[in-house]
Write a new protein. Structure first.
Length: 121
């Protein structure tokens, strides 16, 4: 199931990284590029703060590649980062929102309350 456009590529990465890391919608919306670090074993996603992290210490979540390339969160994230032509600063959103017509991602952050609308739906 190859993603064919930037929004589909982003959405695939969001779904696979979110599932593999058991991430909440709000955690996905708050991810910056600096929170995803590729390693020889896959990718480590750092959640800076979350509902269950009352002290705000953050948590590092290692995500390994999947054997099926169509369902691999690491490959999907690499594909998204390769396809994204937006701001590449470390503090920019890892998964930016999309335009109102859904044709392309824009530089603003996904909203955790309307995240389902920001996904190609």
């Amino acid at each position: 199931m190859p993603a064919t456009d930037p929004v589909a590529t982003r959405d695939k990465a969001i779904l696979l990284i979110g599932w593999a890391g058991a991430l909440r919608r709000s955690e996905i919306a708050e991810l910056d590029r600096k929170h995803a670090v590729f390693t020889p074993e896959g990718v480590v996603i750092t959640i800076a703060s979350s509902k269950t992290d009352q002290e705000g210490e953050g948590v590092a979540i290692p995500i390994e590649p999947a054997s099926n390339p169509d369902l691999c969160p690491v490959s999907a994230l690499r594909a998204w980062l390769g396809a994204c032509t937006l701001d590449t600063a470390p503090s920019s959103p890892l998964f930016p929102a999309r335009t109102s017509v859904g044709s392309r991602p824009i530089a603003s952050r996904l909203g955790d309350q309307r995240g389902h609308q920001d996904l190609g739906a």
